[in-house]
Write a protein that binds this ligand. Structure first.
Ligand SMILES: Cc1ncc(COP(=O)(O)O)c(C=O)c1O
Length: 359
């Protein structure tokens, strides 16, 4: 069966092996005569799946006992509200760094609950860089410092993280599992699953235990980290099928050699694409070199009138979902873990062909 070269920003490509396993287990999981989707989240089979997924994620990131790992609903957008509700009281100050569309949304939501200090912003240059750490105007008394490790729309990625005196909170929705990260640097990491982890509907949260338990009184129970941690993320019905698929993806990631091996492949994929763009006078990558994302590669054509022809030719060659976000225009190739080097090479070959014809 032919699988498309799928450059979608999310929901995005998943490893074929994972989908095949899910297919094989769809109607009858381990002789139970049931699909995972049809089982109670409190059944032994599901509780074992859930625990194994958590154990595998802990192994991938070497997550210590000082952290809870939660598997919740609500997407990353839900966390934009959950985090201030769990970590602040009314009137508290929080620091946010504004590096693009997703940071901006997180800032806007946090502003409903607390006083947001935008410590740094790259809005002055259309979000094509990460502001130098030395320039950040941090508050004296912030409850936490929030960053978006990878801006999915702008294609801007932190290559190193600040040493923060207050808990560092990171939206890693679009680059979690793409590289090793020292979890101990963070108070909380969150990610919507639908890029590198699994299907939409699941949100993974890695949170330092000592930061939980002081949510505002009005915090909805199902988003109270302490309540969910106490209930093993089952204070209400968790997204069971997404959790199961995430578990398969974590096993797949381990089989690839873990996060260092995955990072090496992601670097190779990203370099192939950025080098092709750099080598041409026809394509342009707007992001400054030291902040270019290995996951989302935006680029423009010399003449935007050719965009539609580029996209049509791409689809004819089995290359899908390359249209840039409506707020940015141009193209964007999302090259998450499950997008192969062969897919990137096919894109690079097509770009060269298109440039020869139209450049
Ligand atoms: C970096 C980032 N943050 C947040 C979101 C919002 O996630 P969700 O749609 O799961 O709420 C996205 C979605 O694509 C994203 O890429």
């Amino acid at each position: 069966m032919a699988r498309a070269f799928n450059f979608s920003a999310g929901p995005a490509a998943l490893p074929t092996e994972v989908l095949e396993q899910a297919q094989n287990e769809m109607l009858d999981y381990a002789g139970s005569g049931m699909s995972i989707m049809e089982m109670s989240h409190r059944s032994k089979i599901f509780v074992d799946i859930a625990a194994q997924a958590e154990a595998d994620l802990r192994e991938l990131f070497d997550i210590s006992d000082a952290y809870h790992v939660l598997f919740l609903q609500g997407g990353a957008t839900g966390q934009f509200a959950s985090i201030p509700l769990n970590f602040t009281q009314s009137g508290d100050i929080v620091d946010y760094v504004d590096t693009g569309s997703w940071s901006k949304k997180a800032i806007k939501e946090a502003g409903k609950y607390c006083n947001v200090n935008v410590a740094a912003s790259s809005a002055d240059s259309n979000y094509n860089y990460i502001p130098e750490l030395e320039s950040w105007q941090l508050s004296d008394n912030a409850r936490y410092l929030h960053i978006c490790s990878n801006e999915t729309i702008g294609g801007v990625q932190f290559k190193a993280f600040p040493n923060s005196s207050v808990p560092l909170v990171a939206d890693m929705s679009s680059d979690i599992l793409s590289r090793p990260v020292d979890v101990n640097q963070f108070g909380l990491i969150y990610a919507g699953a639908q890029k590198n982890i699994g299907p939409a509907g699941l949100t993974v949260i890695i949170v330092r235990k000592d930061l939980c338990g002081t949510a505002r009184a009005e915090t909805p129970t199902f988003i109270d980290f302490a309540v969910q941690a106490e209930a093993d993320s089952m204070s209400n019905t968790p997204p069971t099928y997404g959790w199961y698929l995430a578990g398969l993806v974590f096993k797949w990631a381990k089989a690839q050699g873990g996060l260092a091996a995955i990072e090496a492949l992601n670097e190779a994929k990203a370099s192939a694409l950025y080098n092709a763009i750099e080598a041409s006078n026809f394509y342009h990558a707007p992001v400054v070199a030291n902040a270019r994302s290995t996951m989302n590669v935006p680029f423009t054509l010399a003449n935007a009138d050719l965009d539609a022809a580029f996209l049509q030719g791409a689809e004819e060659r089995g290359l899908f979902n390359l249209k840039g976000h409506r707020s940015v225009g141009g193209m964007r190739a999302s090259i998450y873990n499950a997008v192969s080097l062969a897919a990137v090479e096919a894109l690079v070959a097509y770009m060269s062909e298109f440039e020869n014809e139209h450049g």
